[in-house]
Design a protein around this ligand. Sequence first.
Ligand code: FES
Length: 82
Amino acid sequence: MPERHSLEVIWPDGRRSQVQPGQDWLQAAAEAGYAIPTGCLGGSCGACELEVNGQLVRACIATVPASPSGRLLLEIAVDPHW
Ligand code: FES
């Protein structure tokens, strides 16, 4: 059975947690104690958008990707100045 390495996730507020690739982002966030903002939960409103290592993802419909570096840096994709 192939080994699945857990990844270190650095959340937008600076907290860190260990997450398994393939896990739901919203569940991973809940376990880390971080609240991803949500709206539709269906992938259409964009409220849950995060940047994961610079790639835009909609957390409600995405899962944690594998990362060769073993680490994922998350940022809130919403522009705070609009
Ligand atoms: S909550 Fe609307 S796109 Fe994710």
